[in-house]
Ligand binder design. Structure first.
Ligand SMILES: [Zn+2]
Length: 282
């Protein structure tokens, strides 16, 4: 199947597609492997912070190559770029979707930067995700203290003036690990879903939400769920566990393999629930 756009992948089944953050070759391989074992589509994403680190263009190239060779549909996605420059860089690397995050800007400025990126992306057949309202928490080391819930009135105006393939919403979800039990404003989500029509809605900050919350979100129209922190946690825990079993071996062959396998197992569990399992909880 190989590399597909965000627009295409979000139409492939009735549930939501999992989008997982990657940081290196092994996490990327684990994510694709998990999807292949279930024959389900997957979104392989990297944040603009990690992509812009020295030498990490190669991680982007690996992601595109893995997608092209995959037996399942894979969308290669740039997560949270605040500038058009990084979006253009990802498009050059062969990514099939980019997120321009103007959620920290005024509505008018957000519309303007989204349209600027969309114009360049669409000319090359690349999908675009935007965001309205801001999430609290830490994304790639950058902290946002105060969440700003998505205003349904802004959704109407934003979507009438842009042409995006997905819209990320802020309904109480947060990046990083939740402090206490997360509370999601499903009434707000329902209102937004009534306005957004054909534009798929996206839920960021998936790590730490309950299965019941995922299920309710998908039922109300969430088509893509972002998982970042859980990839890191799974990878690092597998790294430490495997290393501690034989500390003196410093096993650079088996440790990354164990990390890859652990990521694949976590991805399988999430992908299956987002695609099918959620139905049993609504
Ligand atoms: Zn996010």
């Amino acid at each position: 199947m190989g590399l597909v756009t965000l627009k295409e992948i979000l139409k492939m089944h009735d549930g939501a597609v999992g989008a997982f953050s990657t940081y290196d070759q092994y996490s990327a391989q684990g994510i694709v492997q998990g999807a292949e074992e279930l024959s389900l589509p997957v979104i392989l994403m990297i944040g603009s912070g990690p992509l812009n680190k020295p030498g990490n263009d190669y991680v982007g190239q690996i992601m595109v190559q893995l997608a092209k060779e995959a037996s399942v549909p894979v969308c290669v996605f740039l997560d949270h770029s605040k500038d058009d420059k990084t979006c253009l860089k990802a498009i050059k690397l062969g990514f099939s979707a980019v997120m321009i995050d103007g959620s920290h800007l005024s509505l008018e400025e957000n519309i303007a930067i989204t349209n600027k990126v969309t114009e360049a992306a669409k000319a090359l057949g690349v999908s675009v995700e935007a965001e309205l309202g801001a999430l609290a928490g830490i994304e790639d080391g950058e902290e946002v203290k105060q969440a700003k819930m998505t205003d349904p009135e802004h959704v109407e105006k934003f979507l009438s003036k842009t042409d995006v393939d997905g819209l990320a919403v802020s309904i109480g979800n947060a990046h990083g690990l939740y402090k206490g039990e997360p509370k999601l404003d499903f009434e707000r989500l329902q209102t937004i879903a009534g306005i957004s029509g054909e534009t798929p809605l996206i839920l960021h900050g998936g790590t730490g939400l309950t299965l019941a919350q995922f299920a309710k979100g998908v039922e109300l129209g969430i088509k893509k769920i972002n998982i970042g922190t859980e990839v890191k946690k799974t990878y690092i825990e597998a790294f430490i566990d495997t290393h501690e079993k034989n500390v003196s071996s410093y096993d650079m062959v088996e440790i990354p393999q164990a990390c890859k396998k652990a990521v694949a197992e976590m991805v399988k569990e999430k992908l299956e629930f987002f695609a099918n399992g959620w139905r049993e909880l609504v």
